[in-house]
Each structure stands twice: as structure tokens, then as C-alpha cells.
Design a protein around this ligand. Sequence first.
Ligand SMILES: C[S@@+](CC[C@H](N)C(=O)[O-])C[C@H]1O[C@@H](n2cnc3c(N)ncnc32)[C@H](O)[C@@H]1O
Length: 311
Amino acid sequence: MFTLTDFNELIENQLFYNRNKSFFYTFSNGKLPIGLNEENRKTLKIKSNEINKFIGKTKVNFTYEKILKKICEKNIKLLTESNQYLYFDKEDYKNLQTIYDTLLEKIYILTQKTKIFDKDIDDLFDSHYKKLQEFLIQSNGVEIFKKYEEKPEIFPVKCAEYNPEFQIKLLNIDIFKIKEPVLDIGCGVEGNLVKFLRENGIEAYGIDRNLKGESYLFNKSWFEYKFKMNTWGTVISHMAFSNHFMHHHLRRDGDFKKYAQQYMKVLNSLKPEGCFIYGPSLSFIEDVLVMSNQPYSVDVGEHWTKITKVQ
Ligand SMILES: C[S@@+](CC[C@H](N)C(=O)[O-])C[C@H]1O[C@@H](n2cnc3c(N)ncnc32)[C@H](O)[C@@H]1O
């Protein structure tokens, strides 16, 4: 019998096989580096009948949607881990789910056949990977993938997590004077700074994608998080929000406006005399803030910016 564990294993093998391959490179024979793992191809042929029954059963016992959701979450996690500048909103999740729904449906139909040919499998997966390419461009634009056309393997995009002492020093934060509560946006999967502040008796929270565990660490995108007015004593973001804002500012097809709007929401969420401390600095928007009539004062250091809400 083919079980959910077997199915999950197929998915894991597949994701692992493609994990460092480029979606946008094409070999001279027209093939993509990304593709179906040979082991999975064999399983698909040998166990076609069982796989067909398994998919059929998930449709009856309502686990089909759950499986689709899980596949999409895993995919998006891998994508954002491979390049931290990739971003997928709720609509993108839905679109990706539709792509995998089509793939599973096609596998379901294919596995009803008495004999499966390699050509059928190739056609099915070629069309799937084309759809994934389109999905990536439609969700993240063209420019971010230009470099992926150069090599069959993806290139590493640095996304480190730093120790709390380093972050505090670099951002020029005095933890004895810090105004509570504190929110660290893009705090990292470990939430190093949040944990350190809490160990020092400071009420601190963090948000990041792909977070798990502690109740004070919110597993959310900074675009999905509701920044309520007059809430935070201090908002911190080290090498996270402002770094991404800068990336979109510099990118020709970047989502500058979305970042500018969210930046203002963060400022609005500060309590009077509360501050938003971040690095790297964003002179292009800080200059506008200084010239505006908005109730904020702007201090800029070598590696940090501190925006304070004046009363
Ligand atoms: C370079 S790391 C910095 C982590 C931490 N601030 C530090 O200095 O150790 C950038 C973080 O931003 C997070 N990030 C990127 N895009 C995000 C988004 N849209 N919403 C929430 N977090 C995001 C990444 O998951 C990553 O953990």
C-alpha cells in the first residue's frame, strides 16, 4: 500500500533533488536543470496503481487540500531560504496551490494508464516546471531572476543571523534606556536579539517568516503583520526590513511603493517618543521625512538610523 509517508518521501526527494538548481537556465539541448528525480520516476512507473489509489483516497477523505498546502509551504520555504529577497503573498500561495493541483490531477490521470512511458512523464513535468517559471516571474518580476539564467546551479544569497551584542553595538542601542515594548522585524529564525532582550527583563517580540516555537516570535511576513497605531516603544530591524527596502529601491522592477507604505505604518505604530532603529540607513526616504511636516526626528549614524516620534 502507498501511504502518506511514502508520498511525503516522494515530495522530499523531489525538493531535495532540485534544491540548488536554477529554474531559469536552459542547456543547449533545450532541457532545464530542474526536473524529476530518477528514483521518483521509477516509483511513478512501478507503483502507478498504488499512487493512483492514494491520490483518489485523499480526495475522498479531504486530505488532498492539506497535502497541496504543505507542498506549497515547503516550496516557498525553500525558495525564500535560497534567496531572501523573494517574496510571496497570499495570492501567490493560492496560485502555487493551483499549479500543484494541476500536477497532482495530471499524475492521477497518468497513473490510471496500464503502461506509463517516459515521454508522458517528461511532458507532464516539463509543463509543470514551465508553469513554475511563470509563477516566479509573475510573483517576483523578471530582474531578480536575470542572474539565474547564467548557470544551472543557483548562486548563494547571503542571509546571516547576527549575535545580539553585535546588533546592539551596530545599531547604537542602549538597552538600559530602551523604551518598551520592543518589536524586532525580520528578527531571524533564531530571534537572537529578542531572546537576549527578554533575558535582560525587556518585553520584546519578533516577527519573521519561517519562524517556529516561542509565543513571542510571530511567524509572519512584515507585510502581513498588523502594525497597530501607538503600540511600540521601540521597533528594531537589523539587516532586514531596511535592507529589503533598499533592494526594492535599487531594483528597476522593485516594489518600492509597498515598502514605503509599510515603513510609514511602522512609524505610525510607535508610541510618543518611541523610535524605529534600523540598519542599513535609507537616506532616500529619511531625507523626505526630514523635509516633511511629519512628527518624527531623524538621527543617522555610521550604520544605523533612529527615527523618533516626537510628541
Ligand atoms: C539577514 S537576516 C537578519 C536577521 C536578524 N535581524 C539578525 O540581524 O540576525 C534577514 C531576515 O529577514 C527575514 N525576512 C525577509 N523577508 C521578510 C518578510 N517579508 N517578512 C518577515 N521577515 C522577512 C528573513 O527571513 C531573515 O531572517
